[in-house]
Design a protein around this ligand. Sequence first.
Ligand SMILES: C[S@@+](CC[C@H](N)C(=O)[O-])C[C@H]1O[C@@H](n2cnc3c(N)ncnc32)[C@H](O)[C@@H]1O
Length: 280
Amino acid sequence: MPPDSIAGALLAARRRLALISDTAALDARLLLQATANVSHEDIIAEPERRLSAEALAQFEAFMTRRLAHEPVSRILGARDFYGRSFRLTPDVLDPRPDTETLIDAALALIRPRSRLLDLGTGSGIIAVTLLAERPDTTGLATDLSPEALAIARSNAERHGVLSRLQLRQGSWFAPVSGSFDLILCNPPYIPASDIPGLAADVRDYDPLAALTGGPDGLEAYRAIARHAAAHLNPDGHVLVEIGAGQADDVSALFAAAGFRNVKRFQDLGGHDRCLSLRLG
Ligand SMILES: C[S@@+](CC[C@H](N)C(=O)[O-])C[C@H]1O[C@@H](n2cnc3c(N)ncnc32)[C@H](O)[C@@H]1O
């Protein structure tokens, strides 16, 4: 199999990527498809097709980045989430499939013409997905990072929901006015001391402000619990994503702020991944 054929290039790439990735075959295919304008069907139907020198050079450039642990989604500048493609830059968290648990929980709670608040929106996946799934909803999305808000705006435009989404910069509730039926947040929740031990794919590529939740990982929940009640409509819900083992601590923080009726939602791995909370 010639090394400059589709199959030859893929095989060599797969072997090199296996040293650093559990998904070497998938990584190699996605990177080749992005460089050489080769579709998945081409890979199956024409494995012996020769690649141009230009395509091979670009593929090698992508491989160098991946071998330095840069995630495929960052190299491609895009990530699929809940069936839609989202633009991704170094300014925003690479959206995680686990956050789809929060989307499923939210969709079960949203009533007609609900108004949503997405705190720490990052690339906008939560607000944009929910507004796209429920065309009669409106929302406000915030983030501390103006660069993240610019990405969220472009993703809202890409998915046709920008006319129903306001974007505001500031810390948690500081830029928020009015009240909402559903307040959502996937906050930074990793204890600061765990950051150095994270996999390089995460530690070196996700923005630190999107990862660290202060010394115990709970700082954002404290800030949100303190102000959420003042911005919640009667019968409204707060829905937060949580990290491993945080369900009890986060429930207690919200209970101290008057929230009851805690429900836990599990991700596909069976771990508690988000909590819904109501007042009273
Ligand atoms: C874990 S990321 C989640 C991003 C996105 N919602 C998602 O699920 O992919 C947390 C986000 O909170 C933002 N953030 C961090 N501290 C903040 C603060 N004090 N106020 C508002 N947003 C903050 C970060 O910039 C980041 O975009």
